[in-house]
Ligand binder design. Structure first.
Ligand code: F6R
Length: 601
């Protein structure tokens, strides 16, 4: 769970490394380091803490170094976040940065210790560095190849050697992208780090090794066979990867949702045919024969999955089971099941491992993801992309609404394919779906009211979120957003469930957020908590005559059919969490202990 970068060019490497590293800080930010060739020697600078602090000491030291270097931002897995454990790790003439986990590091370490190598850190990466160092006789590519052939586990590696102006990179099950520039080439864990420098990229595949200098990139497989460069032009712009004037990426990304949802829908909705144009890798007959949908996902993506549990039985006559990916190991899949993984990053280790296990059942596997070419997309038969652009804030926002909308599109596709959803109903739903971006904009315009509510309850030590039916997953998500960025204890429940225990925690003034855009039963639940002293903040449809009589505060949302109101409630709850965290003065884009892409199980 780290970010790595590399530069081989004609300018000084330091500024490029620090700039690209900062763009990857969302992948981890407990320590950082760079290694730069300086007068043929290796200059290594690393420290616990933020990249900006490390950059200051680099500048204080006179910005030394030539035009080749590697860098790393870390999220601790092996060993605490200390300077010793920060990357790069050095062995003899070689410096290495690594993202991933070396599973057989203990046995490799014992062997290296026997051979006299001295370890200075607790990391598995230092094992890798010494392994590469032990093979290095002047040919770094060969040394990396020999080392990775002995390694079990996941890695994205960038290495350089004293006296050389080349980088050597390798990848297995951790993302790595090469950027092709003019007179300079780059490497990074993620495209977003490279956007100010180049749009031309090559995504490395598992089992590939790249040798990069300022003029050339040479790609080979582990047996040394030369591979073609599969060049891709990325159309994400630099602006999209930066804050664009918002104080936090999260707020920017919340406000991007009218456009991102529009993108998710664009070209996929055919109102005239009453159908959805997405390829899910299944023939008409295969869709008809489907008996069940199973979904695996983690965190916010799991909450999106829960929506399908309510939608697909109604829309497509298909039962749905949803499993947290890390708990998938005992799950059995019957023939006739469509397995869907939902992962915005496409790199979540728990989800990837569940998908790997699912391959033994011989069922069709598809994914919903935001990242083109990410690992999950290479494991499945087909991917529905959410098309949200890069999401930098650690708390998922626009990618969650992208997942909800993608799930709705998939539900309509399955419903039509199974002749369960009539042309008329489907067409109506699609027409309403196309209005959603405008309605999201209307929710964003309620931001001042939501900010006032957030400020009023910002010092509460507990929040409850309740919702029924399509709004239950949104209650879960609202609670997760609240706790992850505001650090207030928050729980999401189905409206009917509080009376089975949690009601004991309601005291005078406890804020309870009630999602009440449809249905009468939630009103009974509001009365239950009011009677125990709760302050109820209800999110209801405009013009609802009843809610204001029973809730303390009402935020009116545009009228939409129940499944679509789930998206509108989501946006409102994102704002509530954001303004609460802001009122508490917290580091919203980088909440403590969390990282954007969770590449460990
Ligand atoms: C919370 C959040 C996480 C992710 C989870 C899965 O805001 O972002 O809960 O949803 O780590 O990540 P992906 O979707 O990349 O698999």
């Amino acid at each position: 769970m780290c970010g790595i970068v590399g530069y081989a060019g004609c300018d000084k490497a330091g500024p490029v490394l620090f700039d690209t590293l900062k763009r990857l800080e969302y992948r981890g930010y407990d320590s950082a380091g760079v290694a730069i060739i300086s007068d043929g020697d290796l200059l290594v600078l690393k420290a616990a803490g933020r990249i900006a602090d490390l950059e200051k000491s680099y500048l204080r030291g006179g910005s030394l170094g030539s035009s080749t270097g590697i860098g790393h931002t870390r999220w601790a897995t092996h060993g605490p976040p200390t300077t010793e454990n920060a990357h790069p790790h050095v062995s003899g003439d070689v410096a290495v940065v690594h993202n991933g986990i070396i599973q057989n590091y203990l046995e490799l370490k014992e062997d290296l210790l026997r051979r006299g190598f001295v370890f200075r850190s607790d990391t598995d990466t230092e094992v890798l560095a010494h392994l590469i160092g032990s093979f290095y006789m002047g040919d770094l590519e060969e040394a990396v190849r020999s080392a990775v052939c002995r390694v079990e586990g996941s890695y994205a590696i960038a290495a350089l050697a004293r006296g050389s102006s080349r980088l050597v990179c390798a990848r297995n099950e951790s993302p790595l992208v090469i950027g092709i520039g003019k007179g300079a080439n780059y490497v990074a864990s993620d495209v977003s780090a490279l956007l100010p420098y180049t749009r031309d990229i090559v995504r490395m595949n598992d089992g590939e090794i790249a040798v990069i200098d300022h003029e050339r990139v040479v790609l080979r497989d582990l047996s040394g066979i030369l591979l073609p460069l599969d060049l891709e032009r990325v159309d994400w712009d630099v602006e999209a990867a930066e804050r664009a004037g918002y104080p936090h990426f999260m707020l920017k990304e919340i406000h991007e949702q009218p456009r991102s949802v529009q993108e998710t829908i664009a070209t996929r909705v055919s109102e005239m045919d009453g159908d959805v144009r997405i390829d899910i890798g299944l023939t008409v007959d295969e869709i008809r024969a489907l008996e069940r949908v199973s979904i695996v996902a983690c965190g916010t993506s799991y909450h999106a999955a829960v929506l399908a549990k309510y939608l697909y039985p109604k829309a497509a006559g298909l039962p749905v089971d949803v499993e947290v990916a890390s708990e998938f190991q005992h799950h059995l899949l019957r023939p006739g099941t469509l397995l869907l993984s939902i992962t915005q990053s496409g790199e979540t280790a728990d989800t990837l491992s569940a998908m790997k296990r699912a391959s033994t059942f011989g069922v069709k596997r598809i994914a919903i993801s935001n990242v083109v070419g990410s690992t999950v997309t290479r494991m499945v038969d087909e991917t529905i992309y959410t098309r949200c652009g890069p999401e930098i804030g650690v708390a998922a926002t626009k990618t969650f609404t992208g997942q909800l909308v993608s799930l709705i599109l998939l539900g309509i596709k399955l419903g039509r394919g199974k002749n369960h959803l009539s042309y008329e109903n489907s067409r109506k739903m699609l027409v309403e779906l196309t209005r959603l971006p405008g309605q999201i904009q209307e929710v964003l315009e309620r931001r001042d009211q939501i900010r006032e509510i957030a400020e009023k309850y910002a010092n509460s030590d507990r929040y409850f979120f309740i919702g029924r039916d399509y709004l239950y997953p949104i209650a879960l998500e609202g609670a997760l957003k609240m706790k992850e960025i505001s650090y207030i204890s928050a729980e999401g429940y189905p409206g009917g469930e509080l009376k089975h225990g949690p009601l004991a925690l309601i005291t005078e003034g406890t804020p309870v957020v009630a999602l009440a855009t449809f249905g009468k039963k939630i009103q009974a639940n509001i009365k239950e908590v009011r009677a125990r002293g709760a302050d109820v903040i209800a999110f209801a449809s405009e013009g609802d005559p009843d809610i204001s009589k029973i809730a303390n505060t009402v935020v009116e949302l545009p009228v939409a059919r129940p499944v679509l109101s789930s998206v509108l409630c989501t946006v409102a709850l994102q704002l509530l969490a954001y303004y609460t965290a802001d009122a508490r003065g917290l580091p919203i884009d980088k909440p403590r202990n969390l990282a954007k892409s969770v590449t460990v199980e």
